[in-house]
Design a protein around this ligand. Structure first.
Ligand code: F6P
Length: 354
């Protein structure tokens, strides 16, 4: 329920933007796209909530005038900060208290930029009557209802470049190289950077590949005179295990902190095949730094479209990429299923293994 246009300032709505969950290259481009479209097309005014839902719950905001978003689409991270705060936790959380905070700050609508957890929180708040639209975000590309998420293309490019480098040192030393990339539940990053770099094996959470098969691919590559290259997603579940490898405890929201499967595999490959093997964990390098041109364009378009959704009071919807067009889909559509790597895509890639 936006205010009536004010004759002196022409401001029609005051919109709050938040970035929540793991950061992702392109977040700043979304913010810029939203602010510029909102100001130029609709005379809206913007504020940013600091550190995701924490800023909403605590009413911690900064003004986002046009000057504040100047030149930021090429900037990594998020100028607003992020956190994994749950908007339902604490005495100031929950729909009623949050609505009171928004009213106090004169905020008419919220644009929530985030992944599955963020959108699930946004859905619950919208169901309780709050004015929220969403923008999907995850480098893992695991959100259903959108063809691609911004940040994914950048992560794949960074991982591909790093793996190309691992390959030359591997070839020089006649070693097997294992590259561990991100991908908690799905293997999109591993599949794409592995294909791009010509990996001899790609191991993803969706496929329970046996050690026997991995060793066979490694030996086949070695026997052709190549230095075997294995790309593994951090969420790969090794043979004989029920869940992804984790020896680093849990994160702030109780999820196992993944990472380390690459080392485990390197040890097994070396022991089983006799080929000297090294592992590299790419980790957060994949999430940092400047977004690719593709991600800047996608993120900018999503940001602009999110403001149009606010303008049309399409609460409870997120903007999404379908083909080359931006559409709107209900939050629920993004929450129904994870977007997993289909069997056919893995079979296609695995034709080239070994
Ligand atoms: O969800 C994106 C992601 O990068 C996952 O691939 C990874 O498991 C997780 O975030 C890491 O989270 P954190 O930055 O909290 O360690």
């Amino acid at each position: 329920m936006g205010r009536e246009p004010d004759e002196s300032t022409h401001i029609t709505m005051r919109i709050g933007i938040l970035t929540s969950g793991g950061d992702c290259p392109g977040l700043n481009a979304v913010i810029r796209g939203a602010v510029l479209n909102g100001i130029k097309s609709h005379h809206h005014e913007f504020v940013g909530f600091l550190d995701g839902w924490r800023g909403v719950v605590e009413g911690d905001v900064v003004d986002l005038p046009r000057e504040r978003v100047r030149g930021i689409s090429k900037q990594g991270g998020t100028i607003l900060g992020t956190s994994r705060t749950n908007p339902f936790d604490g005495e100031n959380g929950g729909p009623e208290r949050i609505q009171q905070t928004l009213d106090r700050l004169g905020i008419d609508a919220v644009i929530a930029i985030g992944g599955e957890g963020t959108l699930a929180g946004a859905k619950r708040l919208t169901d309780a009557g709050l004015n929220i639209v969403g923008v999907p975000k995850t480098i893992d590309n695991d959100l259903d209802a959108t063809d691609y998420t911004f940040g994914f293309d950048t992560a794949v490019a960074i991982a591909t470049e790093a793996i190309d480098r691992l390959r030359t040192t591997g070839e020089s030393h006649h070693r097997c190289m294992v590259a561990e990339v991100m991908g908690r539940h799905v293997g999109w990053i591993a599949l794409h950077c592995g294909m791009a770099a010509g990996a001899h094996a790609i191991l993803i959470p969706e496929q329970h590949t046996t050690m026997e098969q991995i060793n066979a691919w490694v030996l086949e590559a070695r026997d052709r005179g190549r230095a075997p290259l294995v790309v593994v997603a951090e969420g790969f579940v090794p043979e004989g295990s029920e869940e992804a490898y984790s020896d680093r405890g849990h994160d702030s929201v109780g999820r196992p902190r993944l990472g380390g499967i690459g080392d485990q595999l390197a040890y097994r490959i070396e022991a089983d095949t006799g080929i000297e093997t090294r592992a590299t964990v790419l980790g957060h390098i994949q999430r940092g730094g400047v977004p690719s041109a593709f991600d800047r364009v996608l993120a900018t378009r999503l940001g602009m479209a999110s403001v149009d959704a606010v303008e049309e009071k399409a609460w409870g919807n997120m903007v999404a990429l379908r083909g080359t067009n931006i559409h709107r889909v209900p939050f629920q559509a993004a929450l129904n299923n994870l977007k997993r790597v289909p069997q056919q895509r893995y079979d296609e890639a695995s034709l080239l293994f070994g």
